[in-house]
Unconditional design. Structure first.
Length: 264
């Protein structure tokens, strides 16, 4: 198993780990009497009242409310960045231009890989590690296309996982982070950070992170795991890279963490 393949195992491991922590008409009458001045009385015709039908009321169709969007949406921006929106879990974030979203649908996945292969066959080979990714586990998978951060068949990558758990979503975030760190260490993963590590978010979202290190088939990989909460969800974003790339990739992780915005 190469380092890139390890992220899938790690993602599923985090899912299990998160659960382990717990052990939306008018009628008009017009009578007109006309009389002559002749001395002889004359019978004058009096018209019968005329019935004016009232207009038939028109039924106005009340437009149905537009249903709220669901699922996920990926929008490429004019500056090369990518806006990722998760309507189901009510958050969005911005990916810098070097990050390529890996589609879950087979046809879209093949098209993306073919585009990557034109510029960098190694990057396309790295993307193949995600061809069987489970959309029920992951909300987003992306790889960094900068050749500077590609080695053999490994590309620095990120994945987003969501946990519908009221306890994890409502506990103080520092407690959740601490519990995750403890479980990582019990599982043999080295935690490189200590204490509470906060990313300054431009939208007022509480975002914390931890850095870890582990071995995958003899290769060392490092990860920065971002955590934040929505109303009833715990969201994790795991950035995976090689130690020599960690400074730059973790800096990008901070930029993405700063962009996270909760939706109403």
């Amino acid at each position: 198993m190469n380092p890139n393949k390890a992220i899938q195992t790690f993602g599923i491991f985090v899912v299990l780990l998160a659960f382990a922590i717990r052990s939306c008409s008018n009628v008009s009458d017009i009578p007109n009497l006309f009389a002559t001045e002749t001395p002889t009385p004359t019978n004058t015709f009096t018209p019968s009242p005329t019935f004016t039908p009232s207009p038939t009321p028109t039924q106005t169709q009340t437009p149905s409310p537009t249903p709220a969007p669901t699922g996920i949406n990926v929008e490429e921006q004019s500056d090369g960045s990518t806006l990722f929106i998760d309507y189901d879990n009510k958050y969005q974030l911005m990916l810098p231009e070097d990050w390529v979203v890996i589609p879950f649908k087979r046809d879209a996945f093949t098209e993306t890989v073919n585009k990557l292969a034109k510029d960098n066959p190694q990057l396309a080979a790295a993307a193949q590690a995600f061809k069987d990714i489970a959309p029920d586990v992951f909300r987003l998978v992306a790889i960094n296309k900068n050749p500077k951060y590609v080695k053999n068949t490994f590309a620095s990558n990120l994945n987003v996982t969501v946990y519908a758990d009221n306890l994890l979503a409502t506990m103080p975030l520092e407690f959740v982070s601490g519990a995750l760190e403890e479980q990582f260490m019990k599982s043999g993963i080295k935690v490189l950070t200590s204490g509470v590590n906060v990313i300054e978010n431009s939208h007022g979202v509480d975002v914390e992170f931890m850095d870890t290190e582990q071995n995958a088939s003899g290769s060392k990989i490092v990860q920065r795991v971002l955590v934040f909460q929505t109303n009833d969800r715990l969201i994790m974003i795991a950035f995976t890279t090689l130690p020599q790339f960690s400074k730059d990739i973790f800096a990008e992780a901070d930029v993405i963490g700063e962009s996270i915005e909760l939706l109403k």
